[in-house]
Design a protein around this ligand. Structure first.
Ligand SMILES: [Zn+2]
Length: 514
């Protein structure tokens, strides 16, 4: 069967979307999960954009073994050098370089004529080919480019050594019929096309990114670029999980395979949602919370008699079966470590001990610790930073009554190692906590957004709080979980402040669109 390569760009195109800012540990965690999911290529970042990005791409290239790792580079030597510095040790070094090819981009953005653009592309690809075995070239805004010009530039970069050519619909303007026809046209007219892979990269501005990607596959694309949960610039990219499941469920029609391990889809989607703090809409195809919920009585009746009456995808296919957790409050550290390792977590002894303590605390209070709870606890530890002194919540206490003014008392260990305790009031319990913490962290804090949700089901479910705040003029998002939502809120608040202590270097990060 024909193989379609899945090129995941969650960590590059997805990460550059509004409000998302992942730290290195979080990026590595997502990359490891993408490897478990079986994606062919992971675009781990844009190394030339900041030292932080370069470091993250480098660490991912060292960590991931079963997927190819790549980085983005403008068609200039210094960008290509930055990718090389990050991934030179990878088994199959891959670089993704690009230049715009549409009339509007060439004239207004690049201020270059078509011949100059071809020359720059060829020089970049030749230079890249001296270092990298795999060179992908992207014709930015390819869909709105002149077809004859695309044929010319494709032929020239193939001669220069490109192994993959990506024709993105950068602005999300294409329809499936047109986008498919473009791939067919290039396959038929580009001299040397049989030597390379064509790739599709679609944005969802008109809600057609997945349909366009599938149309490209039908017409000769061997690779699709996509993101988990459809994250990405503006309306986002094509959603990986939708493409993967569509190609599987409709194998009869498409006749292709991807090599994805579909059972990892649910976990990947949830991890990305949690770490990016981007909530998945409930009716989202494949991974939405209601994707398998049957509300209508007629449907429910049918599904009970035979699931296939209304269910074309089984929840088990994407790993959404309730896996019973054999761990309980009497489980020991060895069993806990064992379970963490089977779930794919490799934690240092110190982090494992902390996670184990959290687990014991939860098991004492909660009847059933689920796989999802465990994933939450382990992920929090995995992405926590050990070597930067941070604020740490030692205790929080709230006095609340319908007739009283809520008062919160909190004790916090400061980065300087000083234990401070302060009490403050507010118009509600949460505000009282936030007012107290604001004094403890010292500085002006504005809360921009605040959300509390449950992890999993049931009245004793873990509470997860997400806070977007402005601290001393900079914005960040914090997240944490606890059995009590007030404790989770206090921890999430400090997490947001701590992120700013850690992430100084990525503040000036540039972003670009392909
Ligand atoms: Zn893009």
């Amino acid at each position: 069967m024909r193989k379609i390569d899945i090129f995941d760009t969650t960590l590059r195109d997805g990460e550059q979307s509004a409000g998302i800012n992942l730290n290195t540990a979080e990026k590595v965690e997502i990359a490891k999960q993408l490897e478990r999911l079986g994606v062919t290529i992971i675009e781990a970042g844009f190394p030339a954009s900041s030292p932080g990005d370069l470091e993250a791409v480098s660490l991912i290239a060292k960590t991931v073994k079963n997927s190819i790792v790549t980085g983005l580079a403008r068609a200039v030597k210094s960008d290509i050098d930055a990718v090389w510095e990050a991934i030179r040790h990878a088994e199959q070094p891959h670089v993704h370089t690009f230049i715009a090819t549409s009339p509007i981009h060439m004239e207004y953005k690049l201020k270059k004529n078509p011949d100059e653009v071809i020359e720059q592309a060829v020089t970049a690809v030749k230079y890249a080919k001296e270092k990298f075995s795999l060179v992908e070239f992207s014709a930015e805004d390819g869909f709105r480019s002149d077809k004859e010009f695309l044929v010319r530039i494709c032929q020239e970069v193939i001669k220069a050594g490109a192994t993959t050519i990506n024709i993105p619909d950068t602005v999300g303007y294409a329809t499936p019929e047109e986008y498919g026809a473009l791939f067919r046209y290039l396959r038929e007219n580009v001299i040397g096309a049989e030597k390379i892979k064509f790739s599709a990269h679609c944005h969802d501005d008109l809600g057609m990114a997945v349909a366009n990607s599938l149309a490209a596959i039908e017409n000769g694309a061997d690779q699709v670029e996509c993101t988990i949960n459809g994250l990405g610039e503006r309306a986002g990219n094509a959603a990986l999980e939708e493409i993967g499941v569509a190609l599987h469920i409709r194998k009869d029609f498409y006749g292709v395979e991807t090599g994805l391990n579909l059972k990892e889809i649910k976990r990947t989607s949830q991890m990305v949602s949690r770490l990016t703090n981007v909530v998945i809409q409930p009716n989202k195809a494949v991974v939405g919370k209601n994707a398998f919920a049957h509300e209508s009585g007629i449907h429910q009746d049918g599904v009970l008699k035979n699931p296939e009456t209304y269910e074309i995808i089984s929840p088990a296919l994407i790993g959404e079966d309730d896996i019973p957790l054999v761990l309980g409050k009497h489980s020991g550290r060895a069993a806990f470590r064992d379970r963490a390792e089977t779930m794919g977590f490799q934690l240092s002894d110190e982090k494992l001990n902390k996670a184990f303590a959290e687990f014991k605390k939860l098991a004492d209070r909660k009847k059933e610790v689920t796989e999802e709870d465990l994933t939450t606890i382990l992920t929090e530890q995995q992405v926590s930073i050990e070597d930067v002194p941070l604020f740490e919540l030692k205790s929080v206490q709230v006095q609340y009554g319908t007739e009283n003014i809520p008062t919160a008392t909190a004790s916090v260990m400061t980065p300087e190692g000083e234990l401070k305790t302060i009490a403050s009031t507010g118009s509600g319990s949460v505000e009282a906590i936030f007012n107290t913490l604001e004094q403890l962290v010292g500085g002006k804090v504005n809360i921009l957004d605040y959300r509390v949700q449950s992890v999993g089901k049931g009245r004793d479910a873990l509470g997860e709080a997400v806070i977007n705040l402005k601290y001393n003029g900079y914005t960040s998002t914090g997240r944490d979980s606890a059995q009590d939502v007030l404790e989770a809120s206090a921890k999430a608040y400090l997490n947001a402040v701590n992120r700013q202590l850690i992430q100084q270097q990525v503040r000036d990060k540039q972003t670009i669109s392909v």
